[in-house]
Design a protein around this ligand. Structure first.
Ligand code: PEP
Length: 256
């Protein structure tokens, strides 16, 4: 039985007052909610504040981050290391988000190196994969996802996916309101799991595969009703405590 994981990617959004309001709201909204892991990934600068607020709220939330460097220290201006993330209590680290692949030219191989370094530092990679609109229209979705996963398997071996999270995020669905249908998402999730199963059935059966791309309280339950969708990576809707909590509750209910 895979325990669902719902994670909020706040991207470049936040201020001290927003972090305080959002996390206090989530601490209240998630009281008594069980059967789902709920994580938030604020901008790095707010990790300290978020760690304190999560502790004050009784640790109902898991702290995550949006990126990592592939070094723990040294002359790498502007970067943040796994050791630093760990010191602030962050455990679930998003890597390979399409915005980083696009705007920072991160290759499959570089993302795989990040994956390996997170594992080496006992952190949980949340590996984002997914196809562009053109690739989708060309029928290349499964091949793109397989290629992105194969880079990780090549770098670290299939067993490294044990305990990790994959977030399938069709790029055309991110922040557009144009979500994939639950049936299409299920088909791709099943193909991702089947691809990993070619290397190891045991790893494929336990790996969490989240869907991401315009998940909202209104469509969340339809995704979680699918057997291979184990949670969600949520952007826009994670900036509102009520909406994000409703998505987390939908996951807990569907997978109970
Ligand atoms: C994301 O950025 O990971 C994401 C899924 O965004 P949104 O939910 O806003 O589409």
């Amino acid at each position: 039985m895979r325990r669902p994981v719902v994670m909020g990617n706040w991207k470049l959004n936040g201020s001290k007052s927003m972090v305080s309001e959002l996390l206090s709201g989530l601490n209240a909204e998630l009281a008594g909610v069980t059967g789902v892991d709920v994580a938030v990934a604020p901008p790095t600068l707010y990790l300290d504040q978020a760690e304190r607020l999560i502790k004050e709220g009784g640790n109902k939330l898991i702290l995550g981050a949006q990126n990592t460097d592939v070094n723990n220290s040294g002359a790498f201006t502007g970067d943040t290391s796994p050791e630093m993330l760990k010191e602030f209590g962050a455990s679930h680290i998003i890597i390979g988000h399409s915005e980083r692949r696009d705007y920072h030219s991160e290759s499959d191989e570089f993302v795989a190196k990040k994956f390996a370094f997170l594992k080496e530092n006992s952190l949980i990679p949340v590996l984002c994969i997914g196809e562009s609109e053109a690739q989708n229209e060309a029928g290349e979705t499964e091949a793109v996802c397989a290629r992105q996963i194969d880079a990780v398997i090549k770098e670290c071996g299939v067993d490294a996916l044990n305990g990790a999270i994959i977030a399938y995020e069709p790029i055309w669905a991110i922040g557009t309101g144009k979500a994939a249908t639950a049936e299409d998402a299920q088909r791709i999730h099943a193909s991702i799991r089947a691809h990993i199963a070619k290397e190891s059935e045991a790893v494929a059966n336990q790996v969490i595969i989240q869907y991401g791309g315009s998940v909202k309280p209104e469509n969340a339950a339809s995704y979680f009703a699918q057997p291979d969708i184990d949670g969600a990576l949520v952007g826009g809707a994670s900036l509102d405590a009520k909406s994000f909590a409703a998505i987390a509750k939908a996951a807990a209910e569907a997978k109970a």
